[in-house]
Design a protein around this ligand. Structure first.
Ligand SMILES: Nc1ncnc2c1ncn2[C@@H]1O[C@H](COP(=O)(O)OP(=O)(O)OP(=O)(O)O)[C@@H](O)[C@H]1O
Ligand SMILES: [Mg+2]
Length: 313
């Protein structure tokens, strides 16, 4: 098994911020907008949101890719019912995995449990040696370097949107912004005081790195009854609306808890295709509409993002 070791991020964000100094270029050259899906806290639903937002954008006619930037714990492929091909990367371009709805997906493919690593970030002999050891050796690989390579060498082709599903933590957006030119970030959070406070930090980091915050997604807001479609309280409420207002950031969606989403993720089925009539599926389509609108606005007038007039209620 390989662990991507995280070097301490430098104390301050590069002043060139979202344009990044180490942007690899090649892999993203055909990508119109790379959007980070970030959160300060773990387990708030970033990956589930990424997959369903990607699907909703694709169903609306956009060409969409996903980069699973959670290198040590990737789960986007599994949520889409896909397996990473077993192959060694030793310097050549990486072809993304073709997913449903034309999605193009890149992931570290790091598989737990002693499976051979499908993509090794080691070069030449070291890569072959690692694979010949059947992936059982523990190798420490530099996280940022691996991410930079995955981003730079994946042949995403022409995409309208590349969603980048980050590992949890405030520092993840900070490190990505140094590597990739980002059109914006979507910050996923939950209705709790801790999550709301942490979200303030995430907004602050985005600002420090000059990454426009496209908006917030508040997940697991109430419990959606499958029978009567009523929504009841689930988690204690943090005051996200106040944070969003104070920071001038839009809340793009307030998503209810629906156990069928968790089941769909586990089964590798796209929720919005399996349950198109559910309130949550409609929320995802509305989120996609707002994200597309915001990206269009940002492309026309960079740095003008603030609370959207049509944000989620
Ligand atoms: N609205 C929801 N209703 C029901 N289940 C949900 C909802 N949102 C997310 N989940 C489930 O909660 C779990 C955590 O979600 P997910 O893996 O997307 O979080 P994450 O933020 O990506 O986690 P990590 O920080 O570890 O990357 C998953 O099982 C997912 O299917
Ligand atoms: Mg995740």
């Amino acid at each position: 098994m390989r662990i991507f070791r995280e070097r301490r991020a430098d104390a301050e964000c590069d002043s060139r911020g979202a344009r990044g100094t180490a942007a690899p270029g090649a892999g993203l050259s055909g990508v119109r907008a790379a959007v980070a899906i970030a959160s300060a806290k773990g387990g708030v639903g970033k990956s589930a949101v990424t997959v369903n937002l990607a699907a909703a954008l694709a169903l609306a006619g956009q060409k969409v890719g996903i980069l699973d930037a959670d290198l040590n714990s990737p789960n986007v492929l599994a949520m889409l019912g896909l397996q990473a091909p077993r192959r060694v990367f030793a310097g050549e371009a990486i072809e993304p995995i073709a997913g449903p709805l034309g999605l193009r997906i890149a992931a570290s493919g790091l598989l737990p449990g002693g499976e051979p690593p499908p993509i090794s970030f080691l070069d030449g002999d070291a890569a072959h040696e690692a694979v010949s050891r059947n992936g059982s050796a523990l190798a420490e690989l530099d996280y940022d370097d691996a991410l930079r390579r995955l981003l730079g060498l994946t042949n995403f082709g022409a995409l309208d949107v590349l969603l980048i599903d980050l590992a949890p933590g405030l520092e993840q957006l900070f490190r990505l912004a140094r590597i990739a030119p980002l059109a914006g970030a979507i910050i996923v959070t939950q209705p709790s005081d801790f999550a709301v406070r942490a979200t303030r930090g995430a907004i602050e980091i985005a600002r420090l790195c000059s990454v426009p915050v496209l908006g917030l997604v508040e997940n697991m807001v109430g419990f959606s009854c499958e029978g009567c479609h009523s929504v009841r309280p689930l988690l204690p409420h943090g005051d996200l609306a106040a944070v969003a207002a104070a920071d001038g950031v839009a809340t793009l969606a307030r998503l209810p808890f629906d156990s069928r989403l968790a089941e769909s993720c586990d089964r590798g089925v796209i929720f919005i295709r399996a349950y198109p009539e559910s309130p949550l599926a409609k929320n995802f389509h509305e989120l996609a509409r707002l994200v597309a609108l915001r990206l269009k606005a940002a492309a026309a007038e960079p740095h003008q993002l603030s609370s959207a007039p049509e944000e989620a209620g």
